[in-house]
Design a protein around this ligand. Sequence first.
Ligand SMILES: O=P(O)(O)OC[C@H]1O[C@H](OP(=O)(O)OP(=O)(O)O)[C@H](O)[C@@H]1O
Ligand SMILES: NC(=O)CC[C@H](N)C(=O)O
Ligand SMILES: [Mg+2]
Length: 545
Amino acid sequence: MCGILGLLAHDPSLDVAPEIVEGLSLLQHRGQDAAGVVTCGPKGRFFQVKANGMVRDIFDAASVSKLIGGMGIGHVRYPTAGSFNNAEAQPFYVNSPYGICFAHNGNLINTESLLEFMDEEAHRHINTASDSELLLNIFAYNLQLTGKFRINEEDIFTALGAMVKQVKGAYACVAMLAGFGLIAFRDPNGIRPVGVATRPSGSGKDWIIASESIVADANGFTDWDDVKPGEAIIITRNRVTRRQIAEPSTFAPDIFEYVYFARPDSVMDGISVYRSRMAMGDALAEKVKQVLQEKNLTIDVVIPVPDTSRVAALNLAQKLGAPYREGFIKNRYVGRTFIMPGQQMRKKNVRRKLNAMALEFADKHVLIVDDSIVRGTTSKEIIQMAKDVGAKKVYVASCAPPIRYPNVYGIDMPSRKELVAHSKDEEAIAESIGADLVIFQTLPDLVESVRQWNPKISEFDCSVFTGKYVTGGVDEAYLEHLESLRADNVRGKLHLSTLLVQGKGDGEAVGKGGANGATYQEKSTVSSPTNRKDDNVGLHNSFQT
Ligand SMILES: O=P(O)(O)OC[C@H]1O[C@H](OP(=O)(O)OP(=O)(O)O)[C@H](O)[C@@H]1O
Ligand SMILES: NC(=O)CC[C@H](N)C(=O)O
Ligand SMILES: [Mg+2]
């Protein structure tokens, strides 16, 4: 899951980079592998800083000061295609037919046929294994087909409409056209989130595009509006234009955003993540009550697994009338473990991140609550930790049902074999993670916990629980192919070979700029989609000076 962001200041003389960097740090939980920002300054020039690492490590005062311009986009990356090499850090850039920068959250499922198309028909070179670079080039190719020296909004909608017909999968995107403006768009099923908001600025408005509403709130933007499934919004300094670029399809936002990915203080598609997590705790409490009664068991204490499960665990404890205790203390300097690459790293970091306090576990029957059990990395470690400090019995309750199928839409769960619940019943799962009992939320209860806050959404993407993929095009052959490319054991090798090809893993051989060896690059835009006087005049003025 990545985070995307775009910002257009009404006043072109302002620099938006500091706010973009600040905004990316609020999206850090969506991707910890790489981050990048590109701004567009005078004469339509792009300025870029991107690298592997966390936002705070990549951006310092010196690198941010080089990001000039009143419009820009940013990205935090959690790879789901290609490798975690910094050549695949986003935003991506193409210089033809116009200067375009692009950031993507999601994952395409027809990359093989798109690559063939790029090679045989579009004759565009794709330099990485990133599906996002591919998506950008499909968009650029379709823009090129307009055959125009200078383009307008109609041309962009036409190109996006053609692109949507070619690509399959999940994509929430932000694009920036040099000297023109920003574009936000979302796949026809609205699997990945993205929205827009505004704030007054002089005689006009500043616009923000972001994966989550928290970024808008924190920067004083209001009137958050989710991009609709299959919709594109083009924002220039003169006007904002919205259009459906895809035929209406099933709106099916990914339910895992509410379970784990999003920040609790975000509102997505009209649903407060916080409220949905509280409701997950309430519903799970009923199930736990029932199971404990059936098995004639009691619990002394409810303990959350920091961070994500806290909200649900508190409600669950209240409903059960059991004490809620923070028995695991989290090292605040260690990031999310699930989105780290490689099982070794994830395992090591659970221990680095969480510590069990004996005084909350010793001689007790504890109910540990987590939002989800995916590979079982976290639960295995913390159950052992709880036992090591004297817990008598360790029961685990999960706000999500068993995860038995891969995610193909932007969450890095490509391999069935890695999922602890794959082909296992609840007893076997408990045994495998070392729990005395494991209790899962039912799927209808999970869906209702989220859907009740916006009954207009009739469906959610629940493919990791059901194996049903809303876009179609995901069959056994595809899943096997994905596994062969991205399972943990294959990926280690892939990363190594990428490093060998690239020398030492430095993506762009351009002057170094930021902290952490971030690459800094100034891109002079030769071609700009519009610099005719009658189009987007506000921007042109700044562009032509
Ligand atoms: O079964 P697993 O493969 O371990 O995956 C599930 C765990 O990973 C996530 O935590 P993470 O540490 O990533 O983030 P958090 O601090 O937001 O809970 C999630 O909240 C679960 O605790
Ligand atoms: N998690 C995501 O959204 C990843 C975006 C894109 N597929 C990449 O791997 O960079
Ligand atoms: Mg967790």
